[in-house]
Ligand binder design. Structure first.
Ligand SMILES: [Zn+2]
Length: 424
């Protein structure tokens, strides 16, 4: 393997060949170039970024060479031979093509050839600027050489996904539990620029089974542990952490809502959802609320948009009640004010991650459609119900019949008397 830095050192060298030092990782059958002779007798160590920790494993080194071949078709031949395992060239034959190759004696030589003038035809054939060779007196075999691309990570999506637009957006995520953790990962994966994590709780042993975080995070604040987890995978993501309770600290959360484009709420319990609905509506920001109902039988994701067409969470809940539907969310409410700890998210872990990912999808689609007019991201409705372990006993609209079923519905217009939706 060649990191970008090794590639640059070979490309920029005035020599036609020189010494390479490779690190050998026998358990992975892998060689990594760790130093390059760039000028006569000057060997420069190659930068291997710390995040590629496995490429930095081990300390067995293996001498090797790099050369610019004298014949233009060498890399085409390399490509042809790689496609037919077991084929190779005699050492003498290879020596004619690459006169500088060292005699490996009875040992094993490694060679990287660099052809800076590769023709368009050769590239179309699949030949690359760099090729690897295993050199023995009994014959020379092509080996595959993997080069670190110029762009890795979210930037690779640039031709098919609006990463530049999303990089400019920010969201608040209230609740960093099982759904919230999965939503945060998905938001990062979609390429959101900044996430503000809000949660007052610690990550404890009982959280581990359902969470994207693992044993290494036990005892830490959820917001801080989740931030580290996200930054490790998406180093360019901006993450802010707030150890706040969205209900008790609503006055501190309110100004934060003004600074973002959308609010997600994956917090457990009805009170945080009501606060998020209220604060985001008053700030003129859309919000997306997700939870599971009835011990994880049904998943629910609601999008609340601050427009005259759609009401807030309370308007929606009142509408269900007016229809005569028992609100399964009200179960959660019972525990509030009773001093009991309300029921935690009780679904099985991947079901919660599924809801978290869908919630992130809905949030991202909302940003792209409403702020950028991207109609490919238009959603079927404002309110999604998902069958996880549907018991078929609920009233409409919760009467999902099948696991995996998704029902999209709208939500009603604001009630005339609504304090949240009413004019300021
Ligand atoms: Zn309302």
């Amino acid at each position: 393997m060649l990191t970008k830095d090794a590639v640059a050192k070979i490309r920029n060298s005035d020599l036609n060949g020189g010494v390479l030092v490779m690190k050998s990782i026998p358990s992975e059958e892998l060689f990594v170039v760790i130093s390059v002779e760039t000028s006569r007798d000057v060997r420069v160590p190659v930068d291997i970024p710390t995040e590629y920790s496995k490429l930095r494993w081990g300390d067995i080194t293996h001498p090797a060479q790099w050369m610019r071949p004298s014949r233009p078709d060498l890399h085409v031949r390399h490509r042809a031979m790689i496609r037919r395992p077991g084929t190779g060239i005699s050492f003498e034959g290879f020596h004619e093509l690459v006169p500088g190759v060292s005699d490996p004696g009875n040992g094993l030589g490694l060679m990287v050839t660099h052809d800076p003038g590769l023709s368009v035809e050769a590239r179309e054939f699949g030949a690359s600027e760099f090729a690897g060779w295993l050199v023995q007196r009994t014959g020379v075999e092509p080996i595959s050489l993997v080069i670190e691309p110029e762009v890795v990570g979210i930037g690779q999506l640039a031709s098919l996904w609006p990463i530049e637009q999303l990089k400019a957006h920010s969201v608040i995520l209230v609740g960093c539990g099982s759904i919230g953790g999965a939503a945060a990962e998905a938001l990062a994966g979609y390429g959101i620029g900044r996430i503000e994590l809000i949660d007052p709780d610690r990550f404890l042993w009982h959280n581990m089974v359902r969470h994207v975080l693992g044993a290494e995070s036990v005892g830490r604040r959820k917001v801080d542990a989740l931030k580290d987890h996200l930054k490790e995978r998406w180093p360019n993501l901006h993450v802010e952490t707030r150890r706040l309770d969205v209900v008790a600290d609503a006055h501190l959360v309110r100004p934060l809502v003004d600074g973002v484009d959308l609010v997600l709420c994956a917090a457990d319990g009805i009170a945080p959802r009501r606060v998020v609905s209220h604060l985001s509506r008053r700030a003129g920001k859309p919000s997306v609320l997700a939870c599971v109902l009835d011990d994880g039988a049904i998943g629910e994701v609601i999008r609340l948009r601050p427009t005259p067409r759609f009401g807030c969470l309370l308007c929606h809940r009142q509408h269900l009640s007016d229809q005569g539907t028992l609100d399964p969310e009200a179960d959660q409410e019972l525990a509030y004010g009773t001093g009991q700890v309300h029921k935690p998210m009780t679904a099985v872990p991947p079901d919660l991650h599924y809801i978290g990912t869908l919630m992130a999808k809905i949030a991202i689609a909302t940003l792209l459609e409403s702020l950028h007019g991207d109609h490919t991201q238009r959603l079927p409705g404002e309110y999604a119900l998902l069958g996880l372990r549907p018991a078929r006993l609920y009233q409409a609209p919760f009467d999902l019949q099948k696991a995996g079923e998704i029902r999209w519905l709208s939500i009603p217009a604001p009630r005339p008397t609504c304090f949240t939706c009413g004019s300021a």
